[in-house]
Write a protein that binds this ligand. Structure first.
Ligand SMILES: [Zn+2]
Length: 222
């Protein structure tokens, strides 16, 4: 077996080995150098210290689920409403069971906005035991949440919403729902995203026994 030898490290460049100055230093220059090393460098000459300021941003997540039952008068279900739009499908006879109008998306939006600021959630602000909220239009809850964050000095940067339901299809009314949310929050529709998903016919949502919504909201304070 051949003997392995380590390659020798390359010789240092001449500049690194040089210890003497390359030119003679005049007496005046020498005095100046002596003065400059004896005094601390002026403050302005130092590099500015890095100061990290956290941005005024907050993220909030909202989630809601409503049970779907046969609509009145056959059952306790209310009209099937999502994001302020009634999903009027004659082949679908179920709707959310709720104290208010049961708008799963609006409820998740409220919790995302309030959650971003660590404020009490929708159930604490608008208890479902209060007679005043019986059958209430959930747009009132969104307006109240928008007003609360605005009073605290915060604005909505964007919303990303996901509604999960097996039926009816959400795609024909997606833009109407986005427009509703944009109007209620006073933002451009381009910052309100909505995705509709099925639950692949499994579990309660997939069997049209429930509807779910997730919302992520980013808030900004100037
Ligand atoms: Zn709800």
């Amino acid at each position: 077996m051949a003997k392995v030898t380590r390659p020798r490290s390359p010789a240092k460049p001449a500049s690194a080995r040089r210890t003497k100055p390359s030119r003679a230093v005049s007496r005046t220059e020498s005095k100046r150098n002596a003065r400059s090393t004896s005094k601390p460098a002026p403050q302005a000459a130092r590099a500015p210290a890095q100061r990290i300021v956290p941005p005024n941003l907050r993220v909030g997540h909202g989630y809601d689920l409503h049970r779907l039952e046969l609509r009145s008068p056959a059952g306790p279900g209310r009209p099937m409403i999502v994001g302020g739009v009634i999903l009027d499908d004659p082949t679908f006879d179920r709707g959310p069971v709720a104290h208010s109008d049961g708008d799963v998306l609006y409820h998740a939006v409220v919790d995302a906005l309030l959650g971003a600021l660590a404020m009490p959630d929708i159930g604490q602000l608008f208890p479902d035991t209060a007679a005043a909220h019986e059958g209430q239009d959930s747009r009132d809850f969104v307006l109240a949440a928008a007003s609360t964050i605005a009073k605290a000095g915060w604005s909505v940067v964007n919303l990303d919403c996901t509604v999960i339901l097996q039926r009816p299809k959400l795609s024909p009314v997606k833009d109407r729902i986005r427009a509703n949310l944009a109007n209620l929050l006073g933002v451009d529709i381009s910052v309100v995203n909505l995705k509709g998903k099925t639950h692949e016919k499994v579990d309660a949502v997939g069997e049209s026994r429930a509807v779910e919504a997730h919302v992520v909201a980013l808030l900004w304070k100037p």
